[in-house]
Design a protein around this ligand. Structure first.
Ligand SMILES: [Fe+2]
Length: 314
């Protein structure tokens, strides 16, 4: 696991030659798929100063604009603003829309092999100080975990996230660990991989799959669409957070301070991470198909299937 800094993205000659940028683009995808983080010390896409000032000007104590603010590009919907005044809500909606569009254009250029193939997931504005949040264990961001979505199973596709620290004064502090290819070897069996794989190939599991195939979206959303892989990843998320010895160990972990206005990109379903501190960050999630991976054997689904000795995505 390493932090790979890209310092010439916006400099003349950096990514302007189409041939070399295509090769570099592939290299970037490969770095991410191997479990590394791409890091940009300066924001690599456009964000108007007025938008940044609006975001940083919102005080934590005096506004309802602080819950779980999410923007859904599909449908252009802003959620989580509570009882905020209509003008502030409209302004935030505009800022989030513009941010989401600019990040998408940036990712499409930087990670060319994924361009046109990813699905837009949500963007979020993380305005709350992460340090000292009083949350139940499974919801704590300061405990190491890999991401899995309870209501939006990826069915083996990858969760790619682009973060930007918009706090003008404070770094956002993360700890990351060894990727799934290492982590799964250590913990997947103990976390119940064999049991879940067996359930999936049982008569009840086969019936569930048949119903899902026959009914398609009519089978329901969320849990109804989960494969054995999705079930495992959800429980692995909780398992890791509960495992105090893993949380406490230092070996194989990297503490990183992301300075003001820096940006970083990571597959958060494959790289365990925790957020120790930080306030005011923007994030856009992309779901990248497993079929778009340059190194599919490194993806959590393929790593787990190999360990389980059977398919987990049917
Ligand atoms: Fe996470």
């Amino acid at each position: 696991m390493a932090l790979i800094e890209i310092s010439d993205y916006n400099t003349p000659g950096g990514w302007t030659d189409p041939q070399s940028s295509t090769q570099r683009s592939r290299d970037c995808c490969r770095q991410l798929e191997e479990g590394n983080i791409l890091f940009f010390r300066h924001m690599p896409f456009e964000m108007p100063k007025a938008d940044l000032e609006f975001l940083t000007g919102v005080k934590q104590s005096d506004s309802a604009l602080h819950k779980n603010i999410s923007y859904r590009p599909k449908g252009d919907v802003l959620r989580g603003v509570g009882s905020a005044p209509p003008e502030a809500t409209e302004r935030l909606h505009q800022v989030m829309r513009s941010y989401s569009q600019n990040v998408t254009a940036f990712i499409s250029r930087l990670l060319e092999p994924y361009a046109g193939r990813f699905r837009h997931d949500f963007a979020s504005y993380r305005a709350i100080e992460e340090q000292g949040r009083d949350l139940p264990v499974h919801r704590r961001n300061d405990l190491m975990h890999v991401d899995a979505f309870p209501t939006r199973p990826t069915r083996g596709d990858r969760i790619l996230r682009c973060f930007t620290n918009v706090n003008p004064a404070e770094s956002r502090v993360w700890v990351t660990g060894e990727p799934m290819s290492v982590l799964a070897q250590r913990f997947a069996r103990d976390a119940g991989l064999s049991r879940m794989a067996a359930q999936s190939s049982s008569p009840a599991g086969r019936l569930r799959r048949t119903l899902r195939h026959v009914l398609g979206p009519l089978a329901g959303k969320g849990a109804a669409q989960r494969t054995a892989y999705d079930e495992f990843m959800l429980s692995f998320h909780d398992y890791l957070k509960e495992r105090q010895d893993y949380q406490a160990e230092k070996q194989g972990k990297l503490r990183t301070e992301f300075p003001p206005f820096s940006t970083w990109i990571v597959f958060t379903d494959g790289v365990p991470h925790s957020v120790l501190s930080g306030r005011l960050a923007l994030e856009q999630t992309f779901i990248i198909p497993l079929s778009a991976m340059i190194l599919p054997e490194k993806s959590p689904a393929r790593v787990l299937e190999k360990l389980a000795g059977q398919p987990l995505l049917t």
